[in-house]
Design a protein around this ligand. Structure first.
Ligand code: ARG
Length: 459
């Protein structure tokens, strides 16, 4: 067996069971690119500071390039006995370039190294997720653009409430996704500080330049407190919280589309390309992708809870428990990315069933609130009058616009001929005019703003 990089004080090697239990290479190899970036910046700084020679630096940089090439070509052998990504790469570098590689870990610990890698990895992951969010926003805005003027029932308590433009509802999701991206950007700005040089926990007496490595790696600045730098994981907690909120938003879209695709609603028809069948019921066509979006939101929330529980109760500074921070993070990122991608795919593959929706619209007295506004008398009084008008409709099995003026006047003398301009869903939508409302003009403004912001060509 090869002696461990840390093996100096040990007489016996670890048992196979311990080795298998404590390794992280099976998952942290995902950090290889960032580990190599960090090592390059560190080696360059060590040379500039006179801690290693420039020729050692050059051997290290060349060796790391070769290792990266081998990893990407699938030629690199990841070894469990070398524990994690950091020691795998360092040991392979030593195999490759010999003595100079042994100087790379000067003024560095795996504790600051792993966090440098992890922060860089999360930074890239955030950028990828934000671009998936934009992609879904674009899909939703295009869906809105393609369905101009379509009025659907708006719901509260899943009961018919007021008529709304479909575009308005779709843009509600676009707004939510925008805040989701904003949360990720906030998190990105807060995590973009460099732990490298914090070493094990206390820093070092060697003349390193932490500002140099921080800048080389695109961080805003080095982290100010070395103990904080190696112990905290609040940046991932924040990241996974933001992902959880996205997951909850997507789950709600999922639920809505699953409902809309049901026979009972029948508002949308997903195309075959985003549907799946049943192994026993020949007639079935199910919206599985959106059901899984709803379902996978549980994983993303679970990943956050795993990490919160992991960090709770740990004394400062580094504890090996913290190695468990990576799998939930990788899982959260992979899951949320898939959820965003499939939601965009689904949005591009549904059609709205205009006939079915128009047939459904008259039911539910969606224009009742507009009628109450029409009366222009104290609202509680008009609420009561319209309530009684609805009761009359229920007894006559008709809609508000079917009541005669005489029927209405019996309930209130304020009703006049122009009342019919307020009745029916189309008229009701026309009457909305407040900022942010579902009125035609307001929605058109919203849509213009989004199309411009997302650089969508409206023609
Ligand atoms: N694989 C470890 C982790 O992810 C790296 C840090 C190990 N540090 C240590 N002192 N054992 O946390």
């Amino acid at each position: 067996k090869e002696t461990k990089l840390w093996g100096g004080r040990f007489e016996d090697s670890v048992t196979d069971i311990v080795e298998k239990f404590t390794e992280s290479i099976s998952f942290d190899k995902q950090l290889y690119k960032h580990d190599i970036m960090g090592s390059k910046a560190h080696a360059s700084m060590l040379a500039e500071q006179g801690l290693i020679s420039f020729s050692d630096r050059d051997s290290i940089l060349k060796g790391l390039d070769e290792i990266e090439r081998r990893i990407e070509a699938g030629e690199f052998v990841w070894r469990t006995d070398r524990e994690d990504v950091h020691m795998n790469i360092e040991a392979a570098l030593t195999d490759l370039v010999g003595e100079p590689a042994k100087k790379l870990h000067t003024a560095r610990s795996r504790n600051d190294q792993v966090l440098t890698d992890f922060r860089l990895w999360c930074r890239d992951a955030i950028d990828r997720i934000i671009s998936s969010i934009r992609h879904l926003q674009v899909a939703l805005v295009k869906l809105a653009l393609n369905n101009e003027g379509l009025i659907i029932p708006g719901y509260t308590h899943l009961q018919r409430a007021q008529p709304v433009l479909l575009q308005h509802l779709l843009l509600a999701y676009v707004e939510q996704l925008d805040r989701d991206a904003g949360r990720l950007l906030d998190c990105r700005a807060r995590l973009n500080f460099c732990p490298l040089g914090a070493c094990a926990l206390a820093g070092t007496g060697l003349p390193i330049d932490r500002f140099m490595t921080s800048e080389a790696l695109g961080f805003t600045a080095p982290m100010r407190n070395s103990i904080d730098a190696v112990s905290d994981r609040d940046f991932v907690l924040e990241f996974l919280s933001a992902n959880s909120i996205i997951a909850v938003h997507l789950s709600r879209i999922g639920e809505e589309w699953v409902l809309w695709a049901s026979e009972e609603f029948g508002f949308i028809t997903p195309s075959d390309s985003v549907s799946t069948g049943s192994s026993i019921m020949p007639q079935k066509k199910n919206p599985d992708p959106m059901e899984l979006v709803r379902g996978k939101s549980g994983r993303v929330i679970g990943d956050l809870v795993t990490l919160l529980t992991l960090c709770k109760g740990l004394p400062l500074a580094y504890n090996r428990d913290l190695q468990e921070d990576k799998e939930p993070t990788f899982d959260s990122v992979k899951t949320i990315t898939g959820m965003l991608e499939v939601s965009a795919e689904f949005a591009q593959n549904i059609t709205f069933n205009y006939k079915r929706i128009q047939k459904a619209l008259p039911a539910g007295y969606l224009d009742a609130t507009t009628l109450a506004d029409y009366l222009g008398i104290p609202f509680r009084t008009s609420h009561d009058i319209v309530g009684r008008s609805v009761a009359l409709c229920v007894s006559k099995n008709c809609q508000l616009q079917d009541l005669s003026l005489e029927d209405m006047r019996n309930l209130s003398p304020v009703f006049d001929n122009d009342v019919y301009e307020f009745l029916g869903v189309e008229n009701a939508v026309k009457k909305f005019s407040s900022y942010g409302s579902t009125g035609f003009a307001c929605v058109a403004d919203q849509l213009d703003d989004w199309a411009a912001k997302l650089e969508i060509n409206k023609s």
